[in-house]
Design a protein around this ligand. Structure first.
Ligand SMILES: NC(=O)C1=CN([C@@H]2O[C@H](COP(=O)(O)OP(=O)(O)OC[C@H]3O[C@@H](n4cnc5c(N)ncnc54)[C@H](OP(=O)(O)O)[C@@H]3O)[C@@H](O)[C@H]2O)C=CC1
Ligand SMILES: O=C1CO[C@H](CO)[C@@H](O)[C@@H]1O
Length: 276
């Protein structure tokens, strides 16, 4: 069902739809991850900051699916920015997840006030060159932050994971990422349970395609060329969110959805947000 893969700029393939694990913790997280893999998810998104890497690791083991078939992403927390501290944090992440490599490792937030994201990125490059990470990327990076790491290290991130939904389509950033062949991966793709899914335009499109509004929204993300990581604790909704490969939105549908743009800024401003 979840057949689509997107080629990253280093050739590594990432599933277009993945499973988000925030704010799941403990046994509920382990069970959700095992269930998601059983339902067909192959990409699991976690982060050191979520305090659930151990639980995610247990869910992966519980699933019995081969490691080579899975795509595991984690993220470096703010408190670990810096060259050596990044290396240390990465090995802790591997240990917690009970893995010997990651498919994707992201700098969770740029934290420009710390001014350490270049050093941090250099540590990412070291780990990548050692073969411990298949692809390296960033999250919540603005164009200016991306320009700096590219100028100073000459290494282009494979992914930028950012808040993106029809209300917040991030058009300028998205177009810039496309130019650099950086895959845009969308967090809170469903608007995190906000009123988005009850919007009349989406209800109309859902009726037209015989799909749910969540499926319409996720399909919109895919047709932008992006990867998505919806979270659900509900096995039926897990399946629903994967079941988006048997229909497509036409030009008019896409145009209608573009009218949902609220011209708002992301919930947290990456220039000032300081999540440790
Ligand atoms: N890099 C970053 O800084 C960030 C990354 N993330 C990542 O992105 C993932 C997804 O983002 P998140 O903020 O959770 O937001 P989502 O847009 O994925 O929304 C999740 C919410 O939507 C509900 N939901 C899921 N599927 C459906 C459906 N088909 N119909 C109706 N409701 C649905 C869920 O409820 P229920 O569980 O009951 O189904 C939950 O309340 C996170 O889990 C995390 O991995 C998130 C925030 C920041
Ligand atoms: O990944 C994350 C999960 O959601 C949190 C609340 O929006 C974010 O702050 C965090 O970056």
């Amino acid at each position: 069902m979840n057949t689509k893969l997107i080629a990253l700029n280093n050739g590594v393939k990432i599933p277009a739809v993945g499973f988000g694990t925030w704010p799941l913790i403990g046994e509920a997280c382990t069970n959700a991850v095992a269930t998601a893999i059983e339902k067909g998810y192959r990409l699991i998104d976690t982060a050191a900051r979520y305090e659930n890497e151990e639980a995610v690791g247990k869910g992966i083991k519980q699933s019995k699916v081969n490691r080579s078939e899975l795509f595991i992403t984690s993220k470096l927390r703010g408190a670990a920015h810096g060259y050596q501290s990044t290396l240390d944090a990465f090995y802790q992440t591997l240990e917690k997840l009970q893995l010997d490599y990651l498919d994707l490792y992201l700098i969770h937030w740029p934290l420009p006030q710390k001014n350490l994201y270049i050093e941090t990125w250099k540590a990412f490059i070291t780990l990548y060159n050692k073969g411990l990470i298949k692809a390296i990327g960033v999250s919540n990076f603005k164009i200016a932050h991306l320009c700096r790491i590219i100028d100073e290290t000459n290494v282009i991130p494979a992914v930028n994971q950012i808040q993106l939904s029809p209300c917040l389509p991030q058009t300028e950033t998205r177009q810039w990422l496309n130019r650099y062949n950086i895959t845009c991966q969308d967090w809170s793709p469903l608007g995190r349970g906000s009123g988005l899914l009850n919007t009349p335009i989406l209800l109309k499109l859902a009726a037209k395609h015989g799909k749910t509004t969540a499926q319409i929204v996720l399909r919109w993300h895919l047709q932008l060329g992006n990867s998505v990581i919806p979270k659900s604790s509900n096995p039926l909704r897990m399946l629903e969110n994967l079941n988006i490969f048997d229909f497509s939105l036409d030009k008019e549908d896409m145009l209608l959805i573009s009218t949902l743009d609220k011209h708002i800024a992301p919930t947290q401003d990456p220039d000032t947000y300081s999540e440790e």
